[in-house]
Design a protein around this ligand. Structure first.
Ligand code: NOJ
Length: 576
């Protein structure tokens, strides 16, 4: 099987430290070159044996992350929470949930991560709190409460009739009657997640202050949860209905008046101003229909989110060269720095969505190569680097996620993408000594870090090589994107060009071998001596351009000058 040893690969790349700017050029912000890695703390590493992951577990795995080449970890919410929505129902924004540890554990995690050149990003739930948050308890205590206006309270239209027809994303009406005060409160998600009233300046100030508080603790940024749902039209007009029912059994509705309201941009600018004072990054959970729509979240002159996640690749409905090409081109056309995501804790894992059940490892490598060679910042999801697939519950009684129970069996199932990280072949997969909170698939006995680290052709080994390659290649880090062979229905190919170098990437996204041809002189690379940097097929030649790609394989070829790499990949500099 073709493999290129890492040393050779690195030698063929740049001499300049990848993160150092050329003289006179401003250094790019750290988050542009960083590889982000999402950790679902419940599922990464359990250090206590209770079957649920925790911060000390993550701490114990930092060496793995460093070795893999991760620059920043995004922890989904680890604040105190009743865990109705597994942490996305926060009851205190300035502490750590006892199930995950204590603040001192968090501080140690930040310090130890920093020592390894890894930054820590937290998940800020803006739209709502838990109904157990003291703010909401106070708010619901009486109509005259000082915090009444921190949430969205309204009178109903009459007995048993909520203020308007809005529906919760997680099923049922988005309004719940509080019998004690006779008013309804609004919740876009579960009734245990009342929406904050972002039109109240006190709420804004408090939450900005929460971000300052964490920045002072060394947090390098936030992933902002559910950005699109933060504001709603205060006049509460009914939303238009569409025919049919959604998986929760509610009428299909267009969320015209409680979703993507224009005021959100002012809030993003305020959060950004505070973030900039700490050199922090803001990643936005922003689902969009088009790249053009995503552009608004970057703000004018880039004064809103640095990394709004459009999920454009993840939303592709199939593995298809034209489909991916179109989505990448749309992103390139808006001229903003892209963020690429294939997996997260709300989506079925990419191998499950794009795999064919026969070539899943090859497809996982194709997807890895795509994510890590495109222009932009990639965000990985734990286990993606092993090619982990969904492990969905088979019986309603095994579903842990409430929305999964409500929509059973056709609705959204999120448990399957949240199963424990597979570290080794022991019964708890090295994740826990106890009973894991979600079941571990039988396949974990072979699909795990320990096994894959030993196998040179494993998905994990491929990720490692790709990450090293990316880190040491100025063309991959900063180069432009040029689409190649735009009519090819099966092979997605592109050039990443910059600083006198070019890297050609060709991905066969089909189950058949495919012939490819690239006209180097026409591309401005006459006289180039192509050198294969990395390939996932078994018969990839080392030199020259490939003429044929094996089924579901990728080849990455250097065309330009080559210089030795910076082995630290960080320009030899520790984090500031
Ligand atoms: C988006 C999060 O990603 C999801 O997991 C959560 O359920 C909702 N926001 C509500 O907070």
């Amino acid at each position: 099987m073709f493999r290129l040893c890492l040393a050779t690969l690195l030698l063929m790349l740049c001499t300049l430290p990848a993160l150092c700017a050329a003289p006179g050029e401003a250094a790019p912000p750290w988050w542009k070159h960083a590889i982000f890695y999402e950790i679902y703390p419940r599922s990464f590493q359990d250090s206590t044996g209770n079957g649920v992951g925790d911060l000390n577990g993550i701490l114990a795995r930092l060496d793995y992350l460093e070795d893999l080449g991760i620059d920043a970890i995004w922890l989904t919410p680890c604040f105190p929470s009743p865990q109705v929505d597994f942490g996305y129902d926060v009851s205190d924004y300035r502490a750590i949930d006892p199930g995950f540890g204590i603040l001192a554990d968090f501080d140690r995690l930040v310090a130890e991560a920093r020592r390894r050149g890894i930054r820590v990003i937290l998940d800020l739930v803006l739209n709502h709190t838990s109904d157990q948050h003291p703010w909401f308890r106070e708010s619901r205590a009486s109509r005259g409460s000082a915090r009444r206006d921190w949430y969205v309270w309204r009178d109903g239209k009459g007995p048993g009739r909520p203020p308007c027809n809005w529906l919760s994303l997680f099923g049922g009406p988005a309004w719940t009657l509080d019998p004690a005060t006779g008013q309804y409160y609004y919740h876009y998600f579960y009734r245990e997640q009342p929406d904050l009233n972002w039109r109240n300046p006190a709420v804004r100030e408090e939450m900005l202050d929460v971000t300052r508080w964490w920045y002072r603790r060394g947090v390098a940024g936030f992933r902002l949860d559910a950005v699109d749902t933060v504001f709603e039209d205060p006049r509460l007009p009914d939303n238009p209905l569409e025919p049919g029912l959604n998986p929760c059994g509610d009428p299909n509705m267009i969320n015209l008046h409680n979703y993507k309201q224009p005021e959100v941009h002012g809030l993003m600018r305020e959060l950004r101003k505070v973030a900039d004072q700490s050199g922090a990054v803001l990643i936005g959970e922003t689902y969009v229909e088009s790249a053009a729509e995503l552009k608004a979240y970057y703000g004018e002159g880039g004064n809103e989110l640095q990394l709004p996640t459009g999920h454009l690749l993840a939303m592709a409905d199939r593995l298809s060269a034209p489909e991916f090409r179109r989505r990448i081109a749309a992103m390139a056309a808006i001229g903003c720095w892209p963020v690429w995501v294939l997996n997260n804790h709300d989506l079925a894992r990419s191998v499950t969505r794009f795999g064919d059940g026969v070539h899943d490892d090859a497809i996982a490598k194709d997807l890895a190569a795509l994510l890590l060679t495109l222009r932009g910042t990639p965000i990985l999801y734990y286990g993606e680097e092993l090619g982990m697939a969904n492990h969905d519950p088979k019986r309603l009684e095994d579903v842990r996620d409430p929305v999964g129970r409500r929509g059973w069996p056709t609705g959204k199932l999120r448990d399957g993408a949240r199963t424990p990280m597979q570290w080794d072949a022991t019964p708890g997969a090295g994740f826990t000594r106890g009973k894991p909170w979600l079941p571990i698939p039988a396949g974990a006995a072979t699909r795990n870090v320990a096994v894959q680290a030993r196998e040179p052709d494993s998905v994990l080994s491929f990720y490692r090589r790709l990450l090293a390659l990316r880190r040491s290649s100025p063309a991959l880090l900063d180069g432009g994107y040029r689409e190649l062979n735009p009519e090819d229905p099966h092979v997605l190919a592109y050039l990443r060009e910059g600083q006198g170098q070019a890297v050609l990437v060709a991905l066969n996204l089909s189950p058949e071998p495919r012939a490819v041809a690239f006209d180097l002189p026409a591309l401005g690379w006459a006289g180039a001596r192509p050198q294969v940097l990395l390939g996932s097929g078994g018969r990839t030649p080392m030199a020259g351009l490939p003429a044929e790609l094996e089924p579901f394989s990728v080849v990455i070829v250097a065309l330009g000058r080559s210089r030795p790499a910076d082995p630290t990949g960080r320009g030899g500099k520790p984090l500031e």
